[in-house]
Design a protein around this ligand. Structure first.
Ligand SMILES: Nc1ncnc2c1ncn2[C@@H]1O[C@H](COP(=O)(O)OP(=O)(O)OP(=O)(O)O)[C@@H](O)[C@H]1O
Ligand SMILES: [Mg+2]
Length: 358
């Protein structure tokens, strides 16, 4: 990445009344990078975008874009495009006129405008509706026009706040792939807000996992999936088996031995004896039988869920945390709900986290 901090947000904080909505957020985004903000409703995603776009003022923090301090600049001087959660189109204009709007305002030549509008109409599959008033569009169609309008002026930074939430699954998947390709082609840096982990995993160069006004982890999708930094990141991104226990021993290699209701298990982590911990294992890392690794347990099977190419097996857990296997291999013969089933997994795939205060 040529400029590792094309957008550089440092220690952004924002409160509404007594509620701190952003609590010291650092976010450095490289030029051309596609970053997702992934987190549950209310964690501060939209607020962070609004601060970057200049639509709200931070209580404190620094904001630099392309080497320039932007905190004091009004929104239209920041060269930041925004697609809002509620797509605000110009209601008196047609689809094509909405997409052309920013270029006209910049004084682009008519030929360039016509060419660009055609390109972006194509991107969002709206060629047939170019001359229709946006008042006569469905929610999903309006979202697509909003994306095209923001992209048409080729901003330095594009902020997208759940732009595909009103689209059906098929169109959403098409748009995800096409938007990603187009942003790469145009080398536009983008921050994409979503609370859909699959969308974030598919689209992003890096994902910032947000929780309660903080970024808990900011890494590639692969790294976040393989090594979630916090119990929240573990739970929010991907499925996992979670087993609570207490550390009884630790070694210099970075492994702990943990007493759990399922028996003694070994996990990656550095904790003192006596520490309460939560163990997390990805479901595809657990095998039926005893050959899957050092950790061997035999929980009671609750049910088997067929998912086409893969199958999930869910087990009964005394504290109601999920214990599950996901596999595309053939299941052992004779499985039945209510019976204990031997399963196993490697210590290296078992991650220990500090248990949340009970
Ligand atoms: N103008 C405001 N005045 C008071 N509280 C606000 C204001 N804007 C946002 N909040 C609060 O700040 C918190 C974060 O809101 P924000 O819109 O950033 O969440 P979000 O992560 O985008 O959530 P969602 O996924 O639901 O869109 C919420 O608790 C919200 O109620
Ligand atoms: Mg929001």
């Amino acid at each position: 990445m040529s400029d590792p901090a094309f957008l550089d947000v440092r220690q952004a904080t924002k409160s509404f009344g007594a509620t701190r909505v952003l609590d010291g957020v650092d976010l450095a985004v490289g030029k051309g990078e596609f970053v997702s903000l992934l987190g549950p409703s209310g964690c501060g995603k939209t607020t962070l975008l609004r601060l970057i776009a200049g639509l709200a003022a931070a209580d404190s923090g620094r904001f630099r874009l392309d080497g320039q301090e932007i905190a004091a600049l009004p929104p239209h001087k920041r060269d930041v495009g925004v697609v809002f959660q509620s797509y605000a189109l110009f209601p008196h204009l047609t689809v094509a006129e909405n997409i052309a709007f920013g270029l006209k305002a910049k004084g682009a030549p008519a030929g360039v405008i016509a060419e660009t509008v055609k390109q972006f109409l194509g991107l969002v599959h709206m060629e047939a509706l170019a001359d229709r008033s946006v008042r006569a569009l469905s929610g999903g169609q309006q979202q697509r026009v909003a994306v095209a309008r923001a992209l048409a002026v080729k901003p330095k930074l594009l902020l997208l706040d759940e732009p595909f939430s009103a689209l059906d699954r098929k169109l959403r998947e098409t748009m995800q792939i096409e938007l990603r390709r187009l942003l790469r082609e145009l080398a536009i840096t983008a921050i994409f807000v979503t609370h859909d982990q699959d969308e974030a995993l598919i689209m992003s160069d890096r994902i910032a996992v947000m929780n309660r006004g903080r970024i808990e982890q900011f890494e590639t999708p692969e790294a976040i999936y393989a090594r979630p930094a916090t119990p929240f990141a573990l739970e929010f991104v991907g499925l996992s088996t979670r087993i609570a226990g207490t550390v009884t021993a630790y070694d210099e290699a970075g492994f702990v031995t943990v007493d759990t209701p399922q028996g003694q298990l070994v996990a990656r982590g550095r904790f003192a004896a006596g520490s309460p911990v939560l163990l997390g294992i990805r479901p595809e890392r657990i095998r039926f039988g005893t050959e899957g690794g050092e950790n061997r347990i035999a929980p009671v099977l609750r049910d088997i869920v067929f998912q086409g190419a893969r199958v999930q097996a869910h087990f009964v857990s005394p504290d109601d945390r999920p214990i599950l296997i996901e596999t595309s291999a053939a299941l052992p013969a004779g499985l039945a709900a209510g019976m204990p089933v031997p399963i196993s997994f490697a210590a290296a795939d078992t991650l220990a986290y500090p248990a949340e205060a009970a």
